[in-house]
Design a protein around this ligand. Structure first.
Ligand code: UDP
Ligand code: MG
Length: 310
């Protein structure tokens, strides 16, 4: 029996790119008929005609199936919807905007055939991206890597091939604040790195603005490590020790010199500094508390409004 390969494409406002992507994928699927193919399009509550584009692709080719979510849930959740519906022996995740070139897929399949279970593609070049975004992103990965003992690789995105075992493992993780990039590393399995040149977006614009990226970054930290909590404990400890030493100094000084009312600046600095440290620590605890609150509601991660073929 032929092995089945699923391709998962989360789409948000991709009416222009989808037909272009399909053209390339169609060629790939036709040229590699030793596999059965399935193309899963997840329309993540797009505001343009993406759903219509999915429907017409489905009508033309029954290897295509689509899931339409009831609103925009974000890429991470759209991907989970795809994992839940994939029936392939392996699954390739890629973006709809052709930044992930389909010609890399045969190479991934080759490694999969050789026994690797998670073949991830690393960008040689980050493409058209601002200097600040590039620097911040690299610094972020460095920090994340330092604070956890599991590697999260920089310049590796969601473009990868996952074996059925990995998909099943990922499907089991139902957290609603998802940071899938971390989950890939967390689940383990035999990994293989390949590289590719990231192209620029063919059409439309990136839906990740600065704030969305910041959100994803914070959720990456909180979903992956409790290091910030520990840092605030350590900070509290250090500040307490300093305060204690200073207290003894003040006590002795007052006893010896009889120092009357003085030291207003010291007082103000101390109050402000301690206030800042306390607020920061409460904020950090709050981030984790918010996650507990979100997860404790046990809502479904996404809601489907319609689907066909999956
Ligand atoms: N995407 C999605 N839901 C969203 C935002 C993005 O499904 O809320 C999809 C989008 O259609 C694309 C992929 O995620 O296929 C990557 O998005 P984008 O190209 O905007 O991000 P970037 O490449 O700039 O990181
Ligand atoms: Mg993109």
């Amino acid at each position: 029996m032929k092995k089945k390969v699923s391709i998962l494409v989360p789409c948000y406002n991709e009416q222009q790119s989808l037909p272009l992507l399909y053209e390339q994928l169609k060629q790939l699927m036709d040229n590699n008929s030793q596999y059965d193919w399935e193309l899963i399009l997840v329309d993540d509550g797009s505001k343009d005609a993406t759903l219509a584009a999915c429907k017409s692709l489905r009508a033309a080719d029954d290897r295509v199936c689509y899931i339409s979510l009831s609103r925009n849930f974000g890429k991470e959740k759209a991907m989970l919807a795809g994992f839940d519906h994939a029936s392939g022996d392996c699954l390739v995740i890629m973006d709809a905007d052709l930044q992930h070139p389909p010609h890399v897929i045969p190479e991934m399949l080759q490694h999969w055939e050789d026994g690797f279970e998670d073949v991830y593609a690393k960008r040689n070049d980050r493409g058209k991206e601002s200097w600040l975004r590039r620097k911040l992103s690299l610094a972020y990965y460095k920090m994340l890597q330092k604070s956890t003992n599991i590697d999260i690789l920089p310049n590796v995105g969601d473009f990868r091939l996952l074996d059925r075992k990995c998909i099943d493992a990922l499907k089991n993780m139902r957290e609603s604040e998802r940071y899938t990039k971390g989950l890939y590393c967390w689940i383990g399995f035999k990994k293989k790195e390949i590289t590719f040149d990231q192209a620029d977006r063919v059409a439309g614009k990136s839906s990740f603005n600065f704030f969305k990226l910041m959100n994803l970054a914070v959720s990456g930290i909180t979903s992956y490590t409790v290091a910030p909590l520990r840092i605030s404990t350590v900070l509290g400890f250090i500040v307490s020790i300093c305060a204690f030493i200073y207290m003894i100094y003040v006590l002795i000084k007052t006893c010896i010199m009889g120092d009357p009312v003085q030291g207003f600046p010291t007082l103000v600095i101390l109050i402000l500094f301690l206030g800042g440290v306390q607020l920061l620590s409460i904020g950090i605890i709050g981030e984790y508390l918010a996650r507990i609150y979100q997860e404790s509601k046990r809502r479904p991660v996404y809601i489907i409004s319609e689907k066909e073929g999956c």
